[in-house]
Design a protein around this ligand. Structure first.
Ligand SMILES: [Zn+2]
Ligand SMILES: [Zn+2]
Length: 169
């Protein structure tokens, strides 16, 4: 996901470019490749390129309750500044960005969106993914997926401490 910005860098501040993104990538680091699509808008600022993306993807997640795999839509939105590392005209190295975590434009004036997309995709994944808000989960005893029906396990056993109390009555 590389975009060459050498042209944009020579344009006046405020110049923009729109890019359609439609690519397959390992966005959430689970070993699977997913399609990711949407648009990114690049704008030249005083000393950087501001990248604003709105992307969509669908990823496979594991349900926190029933452990089944399910498709989950991801909305990936971000705005990041890409700072040049070399001077456009002289090719001389520029001082590194103040913020060490900044994204950079490489010496060939390419912006690589992969890392930002990966980071923001991971952030868009819910911490506790559920296949459905009402997911019934697994039976604690036999492990059956209760979304697929009832298992044959006896209904909840009475806690022995309560059993003693009920004898007293
Ligand atoms: Zn579930
Ligand atoms: Zn069971």
């Amino acid at each position: 996901m590389q975009i060459n910005v050498s042209q944009l860098l020579q344009e006046p501040i405020g110049s923009t470019r729109e890019y359609e993104i439609d690519t397959d990538s390992e966005i959430i680091g689970d070993g699977n490749t997913y399609n990711i699509h949407g648009s990114c808008r690049l704008m030249k600022t005083q000393r950087s390129v501001l990248v604003k993306c709105a992307l969509d993807a669908e990823v496979d997640l594991t349900c926190n309750r029933c452990l089944s795999r399910f498709r989950h839509p991801l909305k990936i939105k971000f705005e990041e500044e890409y700072v040049p590392t070399v001077d456009l005209h002289t090719g001389a190295n520029l001082p590194p960005p103040e913020d060490a975590g900044s994204f950079t434009i490489d010496e060939l004036h390419n912006i690589d969106l992969s890392e930002a997309i990966r980071q923001y995709s991971l952030m868009a994944v819910p911490m506790k993914a559920l296949c459905d808000e009402d997911c019934a989960g697994l039976c604690q005893k036999c492990g059956m997926n209760l979304n697929q029906g009832k298992c044959d396990c006896p209904a909840e056993e009475t806690d022995p401490r309560w059993a003693k109390l009920s004898k007293l009555k």
